[in-house]
Design a protein around this ligand. Sequence first.
Ligand code: UT7
Length: 333
Amino acid sequence: MIKSKITGVGYYVPKKTVTNDDLSKVLTTNNDWIIERTGVQERRYADVEGGEKNYEMAVKASEDAIAMAGMTAEDIDLIVYATLSSEYVFPGSGVLLQRSMGFRNIAAIDVRAQCSGFVYGISIADQFIKTGMYKNVLVVGSEIHSTGLDFSDHGRHITVIFGDGAGAAVLTAYEGESGILSTHLHSQGQFAEELACIDPGFSKKERFTPDMVEPGGGFFPVMNGQLVFKNAVVRFSEVINEALSHNNMTAKDIDMLIPHQANLRISQFIQQKFGLRDDQVHNTIQKYGNTTAASIPITLCEAYKEGKIKDGDIVCLAAFGSGFTWASALIRW
Ligand code: UT7
């Protein structure tokens, strides 16, 4: 049976590092609060003044992933691009990536599943490969949050968490033991507004009003942090268990868990719940913050490059975020 094997991974983070002390100069916050509540020590911000763009970060991550797979852009049959921070309202960032790297006129699908976007993307890629329609699919997660954050006290609980970056993976048709074993995707729109950026929506008579750009206005993300946190720990656990039971496995079979980097406390809770050692869970939120759709591919790639993932390992990707959406992918590396 055809499976999808991850044959390449890559990531890119912008050069500019913003520490918690840097944020304390523009926000009423402090290093101790941020470390204790989130685990974030620093994050990267894109050089938007210098013209750095979401899709350009994706290009850098994709170049590495495609090179590791031993391919060129011409070998890729489909782009799946997960982001909540695209350059334009439309078209999506997928086509901007398509025109920038020597791809053929292949399809570019933009995925809007926020923190679960990369795992949703892996699942979409996997379906196209398993049916035989495509051989090589590039899945990307890329975000520029730094230009969309509320730097007033109103948004400080959100602003301190998020950072910019991009990650990518190439999935290739493969017949053998390795590959994606299963993916499980969920959503619950009941909580859509609990973690959201509301404006500029198309369903309003006036799409733009001056108050939207005021602190607390609809241009900025809102988050009911404690409700999101409580749902996250439940849904992460559920969707990991769903992946394990679907494959007749238990937590003892997991060699490496790559959780979406929402909050270090959430990752640590999940690690404890599944009885995993420190070397079986990889986290990057300390250095890069929460990069939404990019967090899993960045963390997966770093774990791989540090030699923490070996052939045959069982790797579990798990995500939860705005929507709410949540998802997992179980992989034999
Ligand atoms: O990736 C998508 C999924 N996202 C998540 O999973 C995030 C889940 N939620 C969280 O991680 C946490 O809720 C946060 C880290 C966002 C916030 O932590 P919290 O422990 O829920 O804090 P809180 O918002 O309830 O605020 C507690 C206190 C408040 O002060 P009072 O009312 O107790 O005096 C806040 O005003 O901390 C204050 N506070 C801050 N203080 C310093 C909120 N933000 C900050 C800040 N610096 N940045």
